[in-house]
Ligand binder design. Structure first.
Ligand SMILES: Nc1ncnc2c1ncn2[C@@H]1O[C@H](COP(=O)(O)OP(=O)(O)OP(=O)(O)O)[C@@H](O)[C@H]1O
Length: 341
């Protein structure tokens, strides 16, 4: 990464009238990085993107891009591209003319314009569709046109708001690959917003988890997935069994959890993914209250004295039925340790 502080947000405060949406956000993004803003609805992701784009004036703080303070620079002079859902394509213009639109505004025409548009369409695999109009394209193709339309402007940063949310599962995968390829080929810095942890984990170099207008944790997908710092992040990334540590003991909703192993000093809790639960043997026992087949695995809901436990086992292993009593273990060594609530 050539510039580790290519885009920086410093003590950014964003509000709508008297409603404060983002409190005091500090974030540094490197040139060429692909960063995901991840968090539940209302946590301030879109508001942050709007401020970076220049569509919302900050109530406080500074935004710097490529060495310049752009906090008060107009949106159209920031060299920041947007692929927002609300930025729909022009339905009456061809794909070519949609992609050419911004370039024409900049005064480009003739062969120079044609070459740029063709290269843009080629980069998203849509060269053969130049003469079509958006209503004659699939949702995924339309999204790729929107991506090409932004990319031909050679932005310093490309912002994408929920880029995959309108696509079905198959197209989502294609578009993920497409985004990664475009990013690798052009080296453009990308920030995208999502509330889907799988999307963030699959695409991003770094994930910024947001909660109520603040940053909760920043890390690589591996760090966020394996070592959530707080109960909030653990819950958000699929740790189904989260227990608090109090007075030297692990507590579930209905009582003490007799997990095996020493509790880590300083932690406020432990989080186990369903697959961290060792099923079939161990000092604990639970009654199967739910079972579902998930292809490669079976997922169980167990009723234990300290509360419900979600467990997962390889589908090739012995299957348990509703009402069966199953021995299990919660090995502390497999759990994520939570530093904060
Ligand atoms: N135009 C507005 N006027 C007043 N408050 C707003 C406005 N837009 C957003 N908010 C508030 O600001 C906070 C952050 O909203 P924001 O849209 O940034 O969340 P988000 O994380 O992008 O959510 P989602 O995933 O639902 O899009 C919310 O509490 C929201 O109610």
């Amino acid at each position: 990464m050539s510039d580790p502080a290519y885009l920086s947000l410093e003590k950014l405060r964003l509000s709508y009238g008297s409603t404060v949406a983002v409190e005091s956000l500090d974030l540094t993004i490197g040139k060429g990085e692909l960063v995901a803003l991840l968090g539940p609805s209302g946590c301030g992701k879109t508001t942050t993107m709007r401020a970076i784009a220049g569509l919302l004036a900050p109530a406080g703080g500074t935004i710097r891009l490529d060495g310049a303070d752009i906090t008060r620079v107009a949106a159209n002079r920031r060299q920041i591209g947007l692929v927002f859902q609300s930025y729909a394509l022009f339905p009456h213009l061809t794909v070519f003319d949609n992609v050419a639109f911004g370039l024409r505004l900049k005064g480009l025409k003739g062969d120079g314009l044609r070459a740029k548009v063709e290269a843009g369409l080629a980069s998203v695999g849509l060269s053969a569709y130049a003469a079509r109009k958006p209503p004659e394209l699939s949702g995924g193709q339309q999204q790729r046109v929107a991506l090409a339309r932004s990319m031909v402007m050679e932005p310093k940063v490309l912002l994408l708001d929920e880029p995959l949310s309108n696509l079905d599962a198959r197209l989502r995968l294609d578009m993920r690959t497409e985004l990664q390829r475009v990013q690798a080929e052009t080296g453009v810095t990308m920030i995208f917003v999502t509330h889907d942890q799988a999307e963030a984990l699959a695409l991003a170099d770094r994930i910024v988890v947001m909660r109520e207008g603040r940053i909760e944790q920043i890390g690589t997908p591996e760090e966020i997935y394996n070592s959530p710092a707080s109960r909030f992040v653990a819950d958000f990334v699929g740790f189904e069994n989260i227990y608090a540590i109090r007075d030297g003991a692990l507590h579930g909703p209905k009582g003490v959890v007799p997990a095996s192993g020493d509790l880590p000093p300083g932690a406020v809790g432990l989080a186990f993914r369903p697959r961290h639960v060792a099923l079939g043997s161990g000092p604990l026992a639970g009654i199967v209250r739910g079972v579902s087949f998930a292809g490669g695995t079976r997922e169980y809901v167990l009723e234990a004295p300290f509360g419900t436990v979600k467990a997962e086992a390889d589908a090739s292993l012995k299957a348990y039925g509703l009402g069966d009593t199953v021995a299990f273990d919660l090995p502390v060594a497999r759990a994520a340790r939570l530093e904060r609530d």
